[in-house]
Design a protein around this ligand. Sequence first.
Ligand SMILES: [Zn+2]
Length: 220
Amino acid sequence: MPHKDTYILLGSAGSGKSTQAELLKSSLHLAHIDIGAELRAVAAHDTPLGRQVNDFINVKHELASDDLVLSVLMDAIHSVPNTVGLLIDGIPRRESQIQQVLKTLTDSGRILNKVVFIDVPEAVSVERISRRYACEGCKRSYILGKNLIDSEKPCRYCGGRILQRADDTEEGVRKRHQVFHQETLPVVRYFESTGQLLHVDGNQETYKVFKFILEHVRPE
Ligand SMILES: [Zn+2]
């Protein structure tokens, strides 16, 4: 039986990763596992695992430990039949997670096709994120200069206040970008050495980034 495609997508905040994930998911018919979203969903449940994850991400504001992240990933991967292509988003983020992720894929009968790394300079990441806002009331997202002109005005849908995320300050974004690069560079190098890495210049228009990725990952 032919193996269905399995991809890993990596990129820092502001790299455009979420947008590309959506595009890839729909055009290649992939199931999408966004590890950040999976963790947030688990953290919302009052279970032993949920409480542990919640403690890391919502109380200590840290990345969850490898053990926790990997067990959440494993559950998510096993919930997708291996006859369906898969897009894993945001993991492995650190070198210590690589072998476990690969083992989980192998155990579920999958072969990793490509690791897509969307790379943007720190300045671009900062610039993009500094334009991100959200309504406090209805949680709708806004981008300054796109669907938001004046962040002082109330939300046009619900009248709520429009705010930036607390860690979306310039300093916060710089720090996240630097941590991401420090931790993820060894992962990028690893997949470079196995020939599975697709290095993508994320500092270009969305459709160009997407076109580049498709040209390099689309199975013949
Ligand atoms: Zn609103």
